[in-house]
Write a protein that binds this ligand. Structure first.
Ligand SMILES: [Zn+2]
Length: 349
């Protein structure tokens, strides 16, 4: 799973559609499709039932059928085609996984969840925008429900991965948790008072686009200057190291690997952690999370990331307590785990 750059013109859904979940809130059903039946409030599945989860990334899409204990009964990975063709491939991957089951298992698959990158409007069942896969305003509606014969939930990949880490992973038992997914981009979730924050605009947790380097910052693809992502994303770390040393092939993981022996690596990582801490400080003052959970590719750096980030944050706080900084428990499986848990629960609660 990864994070994505938003379009320069940020999507602003028509809030008139969100005055209620009921279809009657939509003034013109033909022009603005109402919520699909599968988006109505739903209840958790019983333990005898199975779920189908799909996690669609920019390069590959993965799918699994799992039981209540998390046992994988069918799994598959296929390349993600560019553009709207990706939705036909999602349907085919689901077909393939369902076909691998016994008749008894197939009868017990009760719900599916499809996690999409970019910007997603689950209320109106629209894949709004993905720069990585190259789609815009794809209405999903009942296409998967009709194809697979089960209710299908559509959601944003980062929202679901963050929710899963909070409720069932490193954040379980805590009510106030910030999850930060560090990858090509940076975004995440925030849970306050036991609730996952979801705005009416559908976009929360865009931590990567908090500007932190105003005077000498780099231009971010979003159009702003000095966003957290321009310093602290995997791509930014690799770029900064290459600029400093001339070694253009280093990835962020390579830079972390030589942290103890290479002063240039140490300086680049220190600046990335400083920028990430700056970005999170406002959020910490506003919401006082008990925990910050780090996920995504860069979280593979482990204590080399969590310890200095906690130290840097603690050093800069005066009036609110410093949250603990820990690694997510689901790692690279956060998307698939989240898809299965979301399908099973039926809602991000
Ligand atoms: Zn930005």
């Amino acid at each position: 799973m990864g994070t994505e750059q938003p379009p320069t013109t940020v999507h602003r859904p028509d809030l008139s559609d969100r005055t209620g979940v009921a279809t009657s809130a939509v003034p013109d059903a033909a022009a603005a499709p109402g919520p699909a039946a599968e988006q109505q409030p739903v209840t958790a599945l019983t333990d005898d039932l199975l779920v189908l989860g799909l996690d669609v990334g920019g390069t590959t899409m993965k799918g699994e059928v799992t039981d209540a204990a998390g046992t994988v009964l069918a799994s598959g990975v296929v390349a993600t085609p560019q553009g709207e063709a990706a939705f036909e491939t999602m349907g085919a991957l689901g077909d393939q996984l369902l076909a691998e089951l016994t008749d008894d298992q197939r009868d017990r698959v009760a719900r599916a969840a499809v996690l999409l990158p970019g910007i997603v409007d689950p209320v109106r069942s629209i894949a709004v925008f993905s720069s990585n896969v190259g789609w815009r305003d794809v209405h999903i509606g009942n296409r998967f429900t009709d194809r697979w014969g089960i209710p299908v939930l559509i959601e944003h990949d980062v929202a679901v991965a963050g929710w899963a880490e909070w409720r069932f992973g490193a954040g379980r038992g805590h009510d106030d948790v910030c999850v930060v997914i560090l990858g090509t981009g940076i975004s995440g979730t925030l849970s306050v008072g036991g609730r996952l924050m979801r705005s009416a605009y559908g976009q929360t947790g865009e931590y990567g686009h908090i500007p932190v380097r105003h005077a000498d910052g780099l231009r971010c693809p979003c159009g702003n200057i000095g966003c957290v992502e321009t310093v602290a994303s995997g791509a930014a770390i690799a770029r900064a190291y290459a600029k400093r040393t001339g070694h253009a092939t280093a990835s962020a993981a390579d830079v972390f690997a030589i942290l103890d022996t290479d002063p240039d690596a140490k300086a680049v990582i220190a600046e990335a952690i400083s920028a990430l801490a700056d970005g999170l400080l406002g959020l910490i003052h506003a919401a006082c999370p008990e925990l910050i959970i780090l996920g995504g590719g860069l979280a593979g750096a482990g204590p080399a990331l969590t310890e200095p980030l906690h130290h840097t944050i603690a050093e800069r706080l005066r009036v609110v307590p410093a949250p603990r900084v820990v690694l997510g428990e689901f790692g690279a499986r956060a998307g698939l785990m989240g898809a299965a848990l979301f399908a099973r629960q039926g809602a991000l609660t």
